[in-house]
Design a protein around this ligand. Structure first.
Ligand code: GDP
Length: 467
């Protein structure tokens, strides 16, 4: 969705960056944007003219007329470009040497190095993209899951922007009514108040729906967090190793965001599942059993999915009972799957005790425990069950907020609507208008925030160079 109402126009100085990752590859792309992008590119290619949006095969020369590389060169004249400024892209040979030499020549001719996200920031400031679209781009670049990409692609096409605009229009209508009647509060007919209340409630319901759906589906975008808990020696590590080996082709280590450990991520049915590494959770107390329980508690708290492991070859002991108590008291809002490991050994564990916690658990994935043997590699069934659960959590064609920032904006908008509702009931139209305005401001933060500079600097700094 294009928004041309932006009050801020971006800087038109010429910026340059390598837009592709540093490393060995077939091509590297050098990107230029700004008032001298075209002239600098003509000078590098020794051309007098470039046809817009046409792939030219050109030789690239340095300032001493020495040939640097052969490249495909594209010119996107303003305003029909990513930044709405003149943009040139030089697709040179891969590796880093050619691209670096071309950037050096651009700098020599007056361009400056772009900062992280500066191309996209210009696209935003010039009204080519709204903030929800720029965030979609940032997340697509970092995304590791196909499911996430599908939602982000829709956001990039402006779906969320259109939703925000629709809510804004409805709120503006209500605001206009209030402003017109502000001086005649006592004379407003009851019917009008009811109509306004009705409209307000409809908007609130619409916002609450997207808010709740997005909160429960955050895992679709950010990855689901899974913990494997149980007392020491039940086979948690053996099970984890088996999963990782099974999924070796697609495992990627991702730096933990909340602590200094490496989190393993696996792909289950196109969803990213981050395994919370309980080994990274420390507890200062010495007793081994206490450490086991403390680690499990902390891991459960941070999880969407809990895999609780028990030992089939042992009678359930005090530590197991403590674990069952935790599952019962702290795990009610998590998906729970109970695994009984070492089923290759004679079975002594009392299955009925485990069935009884599962029968009353609201998010039990299976109402009976699953007997497995991590040692014999019997874990396929567990992965299949998890895949089904995640598949059912798909949001289908529903609109989703894809970042915590967007969720917070909607949360604030709902809170202001609740305050507005209270004021409407008291027929305090001035305060009613005030809260409606706040609600409009909160929802518009998703696409075009008011207090731009600081917030934007922070949001765009998350991008990579050349984007
Ligand atoms: P953790 O402390 O819960 O992580 O347990 P480990 O994965 O370290 O396993 C503890 C012990 O149980 C090790 O000696 C494993 O070889 C053994 N073990 C793990 N899984 C199985 C299994 O399915 N069957 C049998 N017989 N032994 C297992």
């Amino acid at each position: 969705m294009k928004n041309t109402s932006s009050s801020t126009i971006s800087d038109d100085s010429t910026i340059v960056a390598i837009a592709t990752p540093i490393g060995i590859g077939a091509i590297s792309i050098v990107r230029l944007s700004g008032q001298n992008a075209y002239n600098i590119t003509l000078s590098l290619t020794h051309k007098t003219k470039l046809t817009p949006r046409y792939a030219h095969l050109c030789d690239i020369y340095d300032h001493a007329d020495s040939m640097l590389d052969e490249a495909i060169v594209l010119f996107f004249p303003k305003p029909h470009s990513y930044t709405m400024q003149d943009v040139c892209e030089i697709q040179c040979h891969g590796g880093i040497v050619s691209a670096k030499a071309i950037v050096q020549e651009c700098l020599r001719q007056g361009a400056r190095l772009a900062t992280a996200g500066e191309f996209t920031k210009r696209a935003f400031l010039n009204g080519r993209l709204d903030l929800s679209q720029t965030q979609a781009i940032a997340h697509i670049i970092q995304s590791q899951s196909l499911q996430a990409n599908k939602f982000l692609a829709r956001q990039l096409k402006g779906e969320l922007g259109q939703f925000v605009e629709k809510i804004r229009q409805k709120l503006l209508e209500i605001l206009a009514f209030s402003e017109v009647n502000i001086d005649y509060s006592e004379e407003i007919e009851e019917d009008y108040i009811h109509i306004m209340e009705h409209k307000l409630r409809d908007i609130q319901t619409e916002l609450e729906k997207i808010y709740t759906l997005s909160r429960t589906r955050q895992g679709l975008i950010e990855g689901y967090r899974l913990s494997i808990v149980g007392k020491p020696n039940v086979g948690k590590s053996s099970f984890l190793n088996k999963i990782l080996m099974y999924d070796r082709a697609i495992i990627s280590p991702v730096a933990g965001t909340t602590r200094d450990t490496i989190e393993e991520s696996i792909d289950i049915g196109g969803n990213i599942v981050r395994i919370i590494d309980t080994a990274g959770i420390h507890d200062s107390q010495d007793e081994i059993e206490q450490i086991g329980i403390a680690k499990s508690k902390e891991a459960i708290e941070r999880s969407d999915i809990v895999l609780a492991v028990f030992d089939a070859s042992q009678i359930l002991d005090e530590q197991d009972k403590a674990m069952i108590e935790i599952l019962d008291s702290q795990c009610q809002d998590k998906w729970l799957l109970v695994l009984v490991n070492k089923s290759d050994l004679p079975i002594k564990c009392d299955e009925n005790v485990l069935i009884s916690i599962l029968s009353s658990h609201p998010k039990a994935i299976s109402k009976t425990p699953l007997f497995i043997s991590a040692q014999n590699g019997e874990i396929k069934e567990v992965l299949k069950i998890l895949e089904n659960v995640l598949m059912q959590n798909d949001a289908g064609d529903s609109l989703l907020l894809t970042s915590t920032y967007q969720i917070q904006c909607v949360q604030k908008a709902i809170a202001h609507l609740q305050d507005a509702h209270t004021m409407l009931q008291k027929q305090e139209l001035e305060l009613f208008s005030y809260h409606i305005r706040d609600s409009i401001e909160s929802i518009c933060q998703i696409t075009r925030p008011y207090e731009t500079s600081e917030l934007l600097d922070q949001l765009f700094s998350e991008f990579c160079l050349g984007k």
